[in-house]
Design a protein around this ligand. Sequence first.
Ligand SMILES: Nc1ncnc2c1ncn2[C@@H]1O[C@H](COP(=O)(O)OP(=O)(O)O)[C@@H](O)[C@H]1O
Ligand SMILES: N[C@@H](CCOP(=O)(O)O)C(=O)O
Length: 308
Amino acid sequence: MIEVYAPASIGNFAVGFDSLGAALAPIDGTLLGDIVAVSPATRDEFICSGEYAHKLPSDANENLAYQCLVHFRTHVAPSMPCVKLELKKNLPIGSGLGSSACSVVATFAALDQFAGTALSQVELIELMADFEAIVSGGRHYDNITPCYLGGLQLTGDLIPDKSISLPVDKNWYYVAAFPGFSLNTAKARSVLPRQLSMHASVEFAQRLSAFSTLLLTGRFDNALSIMSDEIAEPYRAPLITGFSEAKAALPELGAEIVSISGAGPTLFTVCKTLEAAQQCAQWLEQNYINEQGFCHICKLDNAGTRQL
Ligand SMILES: Nc1ncnc2c1ncn2[C@@H]1O[C@H](COP(=O)(O)OP(=O)(O)O)[C@@H](O)[C@H]1O
Ligand SMILES: N[C@@H](CCOP(=O)(O)O)C(=O)O
């Protein structure tokens, strides 16, 4: 049997709409992501289990992981022996934690290993992005590549091999708080403006290029000082109950940055110390999340998708 884990991710990472994303590893060791197990079988079988399985359509044909299996068998490895594929759905749907990307990445990575197809990194990333595009209302790599490769990834079609890994300050902590309700990514994309002004376009280009260069040259505090989302956050914040209050309160507790993870409603902070991260997590637990929500203090997951 092959069992593959794929981590949750923060799309956009505030400065890089559709172009920057980071994989998350809770410091308490929680595996915050989906797991796909593939084993030989007499006919193709699909099982969806895990905490959030009941939130997905009961028809396997509507489950991305099963769709990936059908595509893989038809277009990539027609002679692959029959398999039992189990998706352990551990990430909430429509959370802003790259849930759909997680299932897609784990499934293709597991099938590639099981079938011995040895697809190249770029082939796999393109295949994964095709499926992410089906549900999210736009082709973007900022969940796919961090989830697959780990770390912080500057990513897109213009980028050689689709992705470049960026360094971050080893002292940074990330608090990710899922409030316990869903926000569909396609819906959260539909509220964005169709066009940007010349001023906004130039500023976006400056911010992302400066942020990346500052990280690459180890000027982490300078990078933090320009880490903000002027593209999506202003339009999405009104869709997320409690976000504006959290954005106002958390800097006083030590958050350097407060922004939306992916399309939301998960919120993330960057903190420079564990104490600040703990203070933010406590506030978020008391004021942002409901009974279905959760909050994790994280580092980046530098391993990305891996066999367990
Ligand atoms: N295995 C899966 N994981 C996540 N979403 C799935 C899966 N299979 C099908 N879906 C559907 O894809 C959509 C994902 O919604 P989206 O808001 O893009 O989630 P996320 O932002 O968490 O990736 C939902 O309609 C969900 O029912
Ligand atoms: N760049 C995308 C990221 C969506 O992430 P998700 O975790 O909400 O699916 C966007 O901002 O729409």
